[in-house]
Design a binder for this molecule. Structure first.
Ligand SMILES: C[S@@+](CC[C@H](N)C(=O)[O-])C[C@H]1O[C@@H](n2cnc3c(N)ncnc32)[C@H](O)[C@@H]1O
Length: 364
């Protein structure tokens, strides 16, 4: 049994023909009434997945320190927009702002701007950040101009990707069509070689590839904005450093893998972020990308191991193992430490910001 949204998508295909995987993803996640990111609360133990800020307060605290350091490096601008793309429950910013209370002038300088399409999550963000009187936007482009610090944690992986398959003739686009029963969604290759071929890697027949036009467009808008108005962005997500063949689109429902085309609107869809593509798109005459580096190295360089020790010293014995386990989840190479990558975008004349230099931290 499919969903109401599954039936709507099937009707659209029956009327107008197969759609791209990106169009399917955009509908499944973003349909104004039935899309996954419009209606359910996907985060946390009862949702479909857990994210770094929900694992431990230490994550938001480290990112807060990074943001405050960038503000200081910019010469303490008097007015600075703090923009988060896809803020989830608002946990990251709440932790970041609590951790930076002691930075003179920082809190007085910032205003909060949240880019969020999910109404239930907007309500949680309001509760977590009420003292900051945030403003909300549907799209990044809607946030008013001005110097900005921008955060995006596990935002880019939710943006639609197109998929391609290399045949003996060349790269062909994978489409979503209808099975012979006229109702069930299924994958099929478009006839003919795609005009996207020149953006796709050299690869043998049988290879797969993905492109996210939406991710590139938002990264480009970030680069243009930072180049024009000044500021810094920090993008954290799972993905790969170099563009190349491969497909990564996956479906998760209730913390388990699921079929991509089953139950649209009730299933989380995400794809690995192509950091090389994002870095290239964000590069502007006055802004460039730093990194990516592994989340584990980044957090360690910012002092997360020391922070965990401080928290443990003040914690009950029973809590200490929880803090250690959260630390490992965030930084260990076989957990989130390597798969998750961190990319900064900012002033191309600047030295590498904190967390990106190879100077060993005191914690190692
Ligand atoms: C995977 S969650 C990550 C939440 C949060 N950053 C965290 O780390 O816990 C993705 C977030 O992006 C939001 N989102 C997804 N697609 C979006 C879009 N196209 N525009 C704006 N927000 C979007 C979701 O509602 C959610 O808040």
């Amino acid at each position: 049994m499919t969903t109401e949204l599954g039936r709507l998508i099937a009707r659209r295909i029956a009327l107008a023909g197969p759609i791209t995987v990106a169009d399917f993803m955009a509908e499944a996640l973003g349909h104004p009434r039935l899309g996954y990111y419009r209606r359910v609360l996907p985060l946390g133990a009862a949702g479909d997945f857990t994210t770094a800020p929900e694992i431990s307060q230490m994550f938001g605290e480290m990112l807060g320190a990074w943001l405050a350091e960038r503000w200081l490096a910019m010469g303490r601008p008097a007015a600075m927009k703090l923009i988060e793309l896809g803020p989830g429950r608002g946990t990251l910013l709440a932790d970041a702002l609590r951790a930076t209370r002691g930075v003179p002038g920082f809190h007085a300088a910032i205003s909060l701007h949240l880019v969020e399409v999910n109404e239930p999550l907007r309500a949680l963000q309001q509760a977590a950040l009420v003292a900051w009187r945030p403003s909300w936007y549907e799209r990044f482009d809607d946030v008013p101009a001005g110097p900005a610090l921008i955060i995006a944690n596990e935002f880019f992986d939710a943006l639609p990707v197109r998929q391609f398959h290399k045949t003996a003739q060349g790269w062909c686009e994978r489409m979503v069509g209808l099975a012979p029963d006229g109702e069930t969604l299924c994958f099929a290759l478009a006839p003919g070689v795609t005009p996207f071929s020149r953006f796709l890697p050299d690869a043998p027949a049988g290879a797969e590839a993905e492109i996210s036009e939406a991710a590139r467009a938002i990264a480009a808008a970030i680069g243009v904005r930072l180049g024009r108005d000044g500021g810094w962005a920090l993008i954290v997500d799972y993905g790969r450093d170099a563009s190349g063949p491969g497909s990564s689109l996956q479906a998760v429902r209730g913390h388990r893998g699921a079929n991509i085309l089953d139950r649209p609107g009730e299933t989380d869809l995400s794809a690995h972020v192509d950091f090389a593509a994002i870095a290239a798109a964000a590069t502007d005459p006055r802004a460039r990308a730093f990194g990516p580096t592994g989340q584990g190295d980044f957090l360690r360089r910012l002092g997360i191991v020391h922070r965990a020790e401080t928290l443990k010293a003040a914690a009950a014995t029973s809590q200490r193992a929880t803090i250690d386990a959260a630390l490992m989840r965030l930084i260990a190479p076989h957990q989130m430490g390597t798969l998750f990558r961190v990319l900064a975008v900012g002033d191309d004349r600047s030295a590498a910001p904190a967390g990106f230099s190879d100077t060993p931290s005191d914690d190692t």
